[in-house]
Design a binder for this molecule. Structure first.
Ligand code: NAP
Length: 438
């Protein structure tokens, strides 16, 4: 029997578990640990609440979790409740699928002012992550500034722009919906330090901005390169740029019909934030793109900002004793191998890129590597204690484990508490989750 411990129950963790099942069939036992009492990581707390079809992939993960080979072990904090070294004693392979839950730092003067948030915290807030449920962003001002031109920036801008009725069928948490209902935000500026040809936004997601009830996207025609240059772009980016061109073609009278504007400000590199207590404005230097890089032109201006959200990427959390690549913000690894018997997968391996689906081949490739290492005799003797050994340790330490069956009770309670038309109302408090689970 092979014993695998996976730390993190998000997409990377579950696809890896699924791959292990395919690889070893009845001869494997996989324990998926999560420090929260609830599974699915980014699917639950990262994917936008109005993108329910993406969240639907959790049904596939549930299938894996309901087999004998795979089990969910919630409410266990690896590093605090049990160490990596202890898990390595018990399991043949330990896989870090811990994602990249921390915001990349945005070190400009004033970034520590009030009402400036990293996307991890704001997204966590509207998605009911217990760590950010009390964020309490002040949405009373007119001007929101979103920094970055990736899909997270799009999510944040769209959520800030939507009306209450546009959240029907979403699982946005009650506290966020209430705050957004009385939001004063009328102008959302998305700042990109480079140009339209360098955006990271994907076409489907970008296209959604054109169909918002009360908001319209605005792109300055002058910012767009010669249309002939679009032909050189890879097809996905070309489609995204086509959306930008259609936004630039929206006539003024159509903008006027919508009270909220989502403005794209390209070639705009924030240099400082100013304000007294809370942020009030963002100072920006104009850039031009030279050989792909944003270079300051020396021209500067400032825009009003009552709330700022930086969406500039994420970093993994280091774990004591595990080699970490500080520059890249992820575990130091060679194609998923960190140390003998210790591996990483998903964002913890490659950094915060790709879609949910990217984690599938990632998980399968890692299991191939683990199988290679087993065949090469690198993982040592068989006969490790696996989950039986962990259960003994858990009893010893009086760990309050949440099983998948417990999670199903939490899920039931969340479904029962849902507002009309919504799939669930999430618990945002860990104690409440545990209580519902038991
Ligand atoms: P991302 O796609 O890497 O975009 C980050 C953005 O931040 C880029 O525009 C980058 O500009 C900008 N940026 C970085 N450092 C900056 C700085 N110092 N100053 C100004 N701008 C800066 O990251 P993300 O939006 O966080 O998304 C992470 C991953 O999740 C992506 O793969 C994304 O596609 C995925 N995702 C997918 C969906 C979906 O499919 N619906 C939703 C959300 C997220 P430069 O290019 O100039 O560096």
């Amino acid at each position: 029997m092979r014993h695998i411990a996976i730390i993190g129950s998000g997409p990377a963790g579950f696809y890896t578990a699924e791959a292990a099942q395919k690889q070893w069939g009845e001869d494997v036992r996989v324990d998926i640990f999560d420090k929260l009492p609830v599974p699915y990581g980014l699917i639950r707390t990262g994917v936008a609440p109005d993108h329910q079809s993406i969240k639907g992939v959790s049904r596939r993960y549930e299938k894996a979790a309901l087999t004998d080979q795979v089990r969910f072990v919630g409410n266990v904090s690896v590093g605090a409740d049990v160490s990596i070294a202890e898990l390595q004693q018990l399991y043949d392979a330990v896989v870090l699928a811990t994602g990249a839950p921390n915001d990349r730092a945005f070190d400009i003067p004033g970034a520590d002012l009030g009402n400036v948030f990293g996307s991890a915290s704001l997204v966590g807030w509207y998605n009911g992550h217990p760590q950010f449920a009390d964020l309490n962003p002040d949405l009373s001002g007119r001007h929101a500034v979103v920094i970055g031109m990736g899909n997270v920036a799009l999510d944040v801008a769209r959520i800030l722009a939507k009306t209450e009725s546009e959240f029907a069928g979403s699982d946005i948490v009650g506290h966020a919906l209430d705050a957004l209902k009385s939001s004063g935000v009328e102008h959302i500026t998305i700042l990109g330090r480079r140009g339209p040809h360098q955006i990271m936004m994907t076409p489907k997601e970008l296209g959604e901005l054109a169909h918002l009830e009360r908001a319209s996207p605005r792109v300055r025609l002058d910012d767009l390169p010669d249309p002939a240059e679009d032909a050189l772009l890879e097809p996905g980016l070309r489609k995204s740029v086509t959306h930008l061109r259609s936004f630039a073609a929206i006539p003024e009278d159509m903008h006027a019909e919508k009270p909220v504007e989502v403005e794209f400000d390209f070639f705009a590199s924030p240099t400082a934030m100013t304000g007294d207590g809370n942020v009030a404005s963002v100072e920006i230097e104009r850039t031009e793109v030279r050989t792909g890089r944003a270079v300051g032109t020396g021209e500067s201006y400032s825009i009003p900002a009552d709330i700022v959200v930086t969406c500039i990427g994420y970093r993994s959390s280091p774990i004591e004793g595990v080699p970490f690549d500080e520059r890249a913000g992820r575990f130091a690894n060679d194609d998923g191998r960190i140390l003998t018997g210790l591996y990483c997968v998903g964002w913890a391996r490659r950094g915060p890129s790709g879609t949910i689906g990217t984690n599938r081949p990632d998980g399968y490739a890692l299991i191939d590597k683990i199988a290679e290492d087993i065949d090469a005799g690198l993982l040592g003797r068989t006969g490790k204690k696996g989950r039986e050994g962990f259960d003994a340790l858990a009893v010893d330490r009086k760990l309050d484990i949440i099983t998948f069956r417990d999670w199903k009770k939490i899920e039931e309670a969340e479904e029962a508490a849902a507002r009309e038309g919504a799939p669930r109302e999430k618990f945002v408090d860990i104690e409440a989750m545990i209580k519902a689970g038991h």
